[in-house]
Ligand binder design. Structure first.
Ligand SMILES: Nc1nc2c(ncn2[C@@H]2O[C@H](COP(=O)(O)OP(=O)(O)OP(=O)(O)O)[C@@H](O)[C@H]2O)c(=O)[nH]1
Length: 299
């Protein structure tokens, strides 16, 4: 019953003797047209899979769905954790891998139910592909291409939001502005590509210290920012010192050259600032003091 291009391939064998009849297929197709409309109404994966599961549940009540695409770090359970009986499908549109979907149920699905599930899935592919492209575009718009951390646009949005939340709920919030010291010298001495490698290594180092990769951003050039939610100045000082020490330990080896780098860090904390602009200025002023004080230090 699947098209000859076999865009949805079933893994595992099953008996097809009780598969869908032509009459059932006609009724099902009308239903599926409604489903198609719903699937095309959103570009959000969660919304699309919720519509799909709602539809499949009208045939198999209580079943659950798990969608995964490991290369994009997507693991999306819908309707609850996976149940005992499972069937899974590799999703593919025109040779493009779109991940795997797992339908699970407390009892084994009949051949008729499986046929209906497959009918639904064959209509999922293009809405799913569009949603994945959309997700990728959004990610690219928010991510710094060189280092993989958030870009300045993402920083502004997150920073505003976190600052508003912190003020509304009377919580601490701190900001680190982290700048690589004498970075121009690294570029001048070892070349721009080597400079890029240093930027990447420093970003990796920040990620490993912070463990909250979505709150680290490349603000521009050789300057990074880190938003520390529920963290007061003292807590921020501990993290900033850890960052400083870890970067100091770094050695980036390029073309036989061992390149060392250090960072200066300025801290801002919401208690001492009235809004996000004041908080940023405070961190930036402290960064300036750290630079003036000799670099490789936290202020
Ligand atoms: N390799 C590389 N260099 C960059 C990038 N963006 C900015 N830069 C360089 O970063 C350097 C920043 O230099 P400055 O602003 O003088 O700062 P600095 O040399 O780090 O000195 P201090 O901040 O005062 O310690 C400039 O040479 C820029 O060209 C990038 O994406 N890759």
């Amino acid at each position: 019953m699947l098209s000859s291009t076999s865009t949805v391939s079933v893994l595992g064998k099953r008996n097809t003797s009780n598969a869908i009849t032509n009459k059932q297929l006609t009724v099902a197709t009308e239903d599926v047209l409604l489903l198609v409309q719903k699937l095309q109404s959103s570009l959000e994966l969660e919304v699309i899979f919720t519509h799909l599961l709602d539809h499949i549940r009208s045939l198999v009540p209580g079943c659950r769905l798990l969608y995964s695409l490991p290369e994009s770090n997507i693991n999306l359970p819908i309707g609850g954790p996976v149940l005992k009986h499972q069937c899974f499908y590799q999703l593919k549109a025109e040779q493009e891998q779109l991940g795997e979907i797992r339908i699970s149920n407390s009892s084994k699905l009949t051949d008729y139910e499986l046929s209906m599930v497959e009918l639904c899935l064959s209509h999922l592919l293009y809405p799913l592909r569009n949603a994945l492209l959309y997700r990728e575009a959004i990610r690219n718009a928010r991510q710094d291409a060189l280092t993989g951390v958030g870009n300045r646009f993402a920083f502004s949005r997150n920073f505003e939001r976190e600052q508003r939340l912190a003020q509304r709920y009377h919580q601490d919030l701190s900001l680190l502005v982290i700048d690589i010291d004498y970075f121009k010298r690294i570029n001048d001495k070892y070349g721009h590509l080597a400079g890029d490698e240093v930027l990447k290594s420093v970003a990796e180092c920040l990620k490993s210290v912070m463990r909250q990769t979505d709150m680290i951003f490349r603000y521009g050039g050789e300057e990074f920012t880190a938003i520390l939610t529920k963290t007061d100045r003292e807590g921020a000082l501990v993290i900033a010192e850890r960052i400083r020490k870890e970067v100091e330990k770094l050695t980036v080896t390029i073309s036989g050259n061992d390149i060392k780098a250090t960072v200066s860090v300025g801290i801002g904390s919401l208690k001492e600032a009235k809004d996000s602009q004041a908080l940023f200025n405070q961190a930036d002023d402290n960064l300036y003091l750290a630079k003036r004080g000799g670099r490789n230090q936290v202020r």
